[in-house]
Ligand binder design. Sequence first.
Ligand code: AMP
Ligand code: ZN
Length: 115
Amino acid sequence: MRDENCLFCKIIAGEIPSSVVFENEKVFAFKDINPQAPVHIIIVPKDHIACADEINSVNSTSVAACFEAVPEIAKKMGLDNGYRVINNCGADGGQTVMHLHFHLIGGEKLSEKIV
Ligand code: AMP
Ligand code: ZN
């Protein structure tokens, strides 16, 4: 399902350009426009789920598909020494785009200050 006003739905549809690194039936992944580390990939389910708080037993297959894609994307991006997967949820979580996404971050030793 798509949300017509959603930035990431438009990116998935190719209506807004992105630097795609992975795509399959359920998952789309692209480079973050404002990277926080040498490698910073946004992994999204193609189905529009607004945030982690909207995950349920019906749509969780899309979420699982995102995580199943992580090892392949990490390998493709050369993250052989580890990485971090982050989700921001809602206002307090710092979420700015209301389409569920996972930040795959690495390419350097990351700060141990947050989790
Ligand atoms: P969040 O703050 O967790 O909602 O993350 C949203 C992320 O989307 C931020 O890291 C942004 O840099 C990234 N972003 C916003 N617009 C674009 C875009 N057009 N292409 C790629 N990444 C984007
Ligand atoms: Zn969306």
